[in-house]
Design a protein. Structure first.
Lengths: 308, 308
């Protein structure tokens, strides 16, 4: 029986490239594995797949009765809807430990590093499996994406060393240039419906019993949002109502200025000031130095919810 | 700030020896760590500590505001009572993934092997830290205990290889003999109050919303229970009421005959037949070949509860 290797809903490059890279590794050690995905491939990820000659993994939403290896999350809200009817055989992740559980003993490779693909590289090393050139390429790009080309506070020495090693295997001479090409693709927002932009990198969290959605758009210059910010604000208000969410936040992240503007719709907007120590005006706030949802946005908010 | 390294409530040898071994490793890699414990040391564990010249780790029940590295469990029922107010920085475990969560990214070394100390040995290898002779000794004993000297179905090739390597480091020539010495200590049940025996290796589980306690006593010959079985039965009935539990099961495991007699008190004893396919008589049932609570007892019961 094959296992499926799958990342989170609304997959990012780490989820897609990680599923491909981990499934390849598992097949090399005689554990048959098929990479799958839970949603559409983003333009950034498509750029990476095209660059190194991969097809997107098969779209597969139901896993009841199957063996599943989970990539890049441990939150049930981000997992397949029927994950409780699947057998979770493993997890590779770099986030806080969420509410996913398993019915049998499993393997978990979770490390506080910048990207799941950095941990997958450790797994290749552990099993002494050689990484093919094209797989090294997509793994490297996933790490450059998750760490915002090493600028994110989530980036660790392990991530940097891993990118350097993968770039050598992939034969990529200037990986920072490739990273900037990737972020240029990511910054193209014109002609895209507001909902598609909001959902491009959107995650739901359970915060002290409240459903909280947080989206993030990372671009090279926030000016790209000048004409569409009102649309984005209207759309997250809709999204909040549709999903019975307590709050929806959208982070507009400027990777060059290294900070994020947060757009806010919430049943209790005071939580934002409590979490970040700055007062929103007109349902917006600039969070200087904030690049990482995982490390800088979620934990203070979780604390604020816990105290509310 | 030091982290505390702590195993589960009602600690077994894996929890105590694992806390000592992992804290030592963390200190070697400049992450200050203090081993602690959540309860009394069992006679078997005391035998191991004495054999290799260790004091028991400090008894510490409260961890609010502290950094904690969790050993040998991911179930909240088995964790410190105030774990939600602590920061979980890591987990090493070999059970199914439970309901423990963390507020920040962490490291999890979870593998489907027979003992947490087998994984701790992998961590020593990963960090290239030499294992001192005495620490190798207690790690080896913990693995022999958890795998019932390799007889348990939870035992893997990794556990056997690990014991062989640790025996060489510890300078123990006949580790199977040492294992039998350990189980002789464990088999001494006379002059011990029934409650102490029931609680010696007792774990609570959340099964589909019901609190289910499962104790286990592993001995060399079930005849040691002949005179006290009625007392044990009376005591688990009391324990069920005191804790508002749905069920309490006590496994009397014969490691030589390789099977377990299960003593049963339950709001729905039919679940036992559904789980194991054998019908209890007089609130008891012999489960042939069953040595492992984790692998052979908990999963079928969890399935039966899920279907109930």
């Amino acid at each position: 029986m094959s296992m499926y290797v799958v990342g989170h809903k609304i997959p990012d490059s780490d989820s897609i490239c990680g599923a491909i890279a981990l499934a390849y590794l598992k097949n090399q050690i005689d554990e048959p594995a098929i990479p799958t995905r839970l949603g559409e491939v983003s333009p950034e990820t498509q750029f990476i797949l095209d660059k190194f000659g991969f097809e997107a993994p098969e779209l597969k939403l139901s896993y009841a009765g199957e063996d599943v290896y989970i990539v890049d999350h441990t939150e049930k809200t981000q997992a397949p809807d029927d994950i409780d009817q699947a057998r979770v055989v493993g997890v590779v992740d770099h986030h806080k430990l969420g509410d996913l559980t398993s019915s049998t003993p499993l393997e978990c490779w979770i490390r506080p590093v910048g990207c799941s693909n950095t941990i997958i590289k450790m797994m290749y090393d552990f099993y002494s499996v050689e990484i093919p050139k094209d797989i090294a390429g997509i793994m490297m790009c996933a790490i450059l994406s998750d760490t915002v080309i090493f600028k994110s506070p989530t980036c660790t020495t392990a991530d940097i060393k891993c990118v350097e090693a993968l770039a050598e295997i992939a034969g990529v001479e200037d990986f920072k240039e490739l990273g900037m090409d990737m972020f240029h693709v990511k910054s193209a927002v014109e002609d895209t419906p507001a909902r598609d932009l909001v959902m491009r990198d959107f995650k739901d969290f359970n915060m002290n019993g409240n459903l909280v959605g947080i989206g993030q758009l990372e671009v090279i210059d926030l000016a790209v949002f000048d004409d569409i910010k009102a649309d984005l604000e209207a759309d997250i208000a809709k999204l909040k109502t549709e999903g019975n969410r307590h709050s929806v936040f959208l982070l507009l992240t400027d990777i060059m200025k290294e900070g994020s503007e947060m757009l806010i719709v919430s049943d209790d907007a005071n939580l934002v000031e409590q979490a970040y120590g700055v007062k929103p005006e007109n349902d917006k706030v600039w969070l200087d130095g904030v690049l990482s949802r995982k490390k800088q946005v979620v934990p203070p908010l979780q604390d604020a919810f816990a105290k509310a």
